[in-house]
Design a protein around this ligand. Sequence first.
Ligand code: DGT
Ligand code: CA
Length: 376
Amino acid sequence: MCEVAPILQARIVMLVDLDYFYAQCEERRNPSIKGKPVVVCVYSGRTEDSGAVSTANYVARKYGVKSGIPISLAKQKLKDVDAVFLPVDKEFYREVSDKIMEILRSHGDSFEQVGIDEAYLDVTQRTKGNHQEAEKLAETIKDDVLTRQQLTCSIGVGPNKLVAKIAADIQKPDGLTLVRPEEVESFLSPLPVRRLVGVGKKTEKKLETLGVRTVGQLARLDVQRLIEVFGRKLGTYFHNASLGIDDEPVQERSEPESVSRISTLKEDTRDLAVILDEAYRLCDEVHSRLFQQGLVYRSVSIYVVAGDLSVHSRSKTFENPTSDLETFRKTVKELYEKFLSESDVEARRVGVKVSNLTKKEELQKQITNFFGSSRH
Ligand code: DGT
Ligand code: CA
C-alpha cells in the first residue's frame, strides 16, 4: 500500500501593524494636537535639539520627517509650521500596546507579537479558509481596535507571514490589503527587493550587481547562483521569498520570564483603595494572560512609579507555584500595604508582575513523576 502525504491546508495569515504608533498614542492622549505635524523624539540631552526622530505622524511625513532623522533636521523641515515635538514615553506606549495585543490575540487561532506594534494572526480555522470571511474579520479587528483603544491600524492578509507583512505595508495608514494565493506572483513581482524581510541596503546592492531590482527578477534568477553569492541558507531563503513561499508558523514566542502590567492613575495618590482598584484590574489582565498560555507563577511583585518618576517595588516568592487569582490579588494587597507603611511617596503609576513562571503541564509532569512510584 502506498502512503498518501496529507495535503496541507492553505493558511490565511494576517499582519496587523499599528499606524505611526508612538505619535498616534500621543494624539490619543492629547486630541488637540491631531491635524498638526507630531514628531516623537529621542532626545540625547547633549544640546536642546540633539537626538533623533523616533516616529512622526502622517502630517509630519508630508514634510519629509521620518524615523531616524536628526531632530534638528526635522525642525528645519517644519520651520514655519505649527508642529508638535514630544519626547518618547515608552511606558505609556507599552501600556497601550499591551491592551491592543490582548484584543488582537482574541481574534486569532494563534497569535505572535512582533515588536511593540505588530502582530501576526493565523485565522485559517475561524474563517474556514475563506478569503471573504478573512476580509470581514480584518474589518472587525480594525473596528474593535478603534472602538476600544481609539487607534487605527493597517492589516495585510495573505497565505503566510511573508506575504501578509508585505501586504500590510501597501496601504497605510488605516489600510487593508488582501492577497489571495493565486495573486501572490503578480502581487510580489513588481515590488523592489527591499520589500522582502531580510533584504537590507547591502543585499540590495549585491542583487543589483546581479541585475536584480524587483522580486520578479529575483524569482527568475537561478537558485544555484543565489547560493553561490549568499550561501546555502540565505540563498535558498531569498529564492523562496521571491516566490512568496514561507512555511513559518504563527506561534507565540517562547515562554516569557515574567508577565506584567502597569497603569497610570487619574491622579497621584497614597490611597490604598484607589491603588488596589487599579491594581486588581491589572491582576485580572495578567491572570488571563497566564491562563491563555497555561502558565503558573511563583513570585509576585508590585511597582510604584512616583511623581518624580522614581521606581519602587516589593516582591514575594512562594515555595510552590500557583495559578490562583485570589492568591495573586491577596499578595498584591499585602505588598501595597507594606509599601505604603514603609514609604511616603505618592503613586503616579502602579504595576503588578508575576515571575518564576512554569508551564502548567511541566508542573503536572513533575508532580506525576514525584508521586507516580507510590501510586499503584
Ligand atoms: P507606520 O507603521 O509606518 O505607520 O509607522 P510607525 O511609527 O508605527 O513605524 P514602525 O511600525 O516601523 O515602528 C513602530 C514604532 O517603533 C514607532 O512608532 C516608533 C518606533 N521606531 C520605529 N523606527 C524607529 C527608529 O528608527 N528609532 C526609534 N527610536 N524608534 C523607532
Ligand atoms: Ca507601525
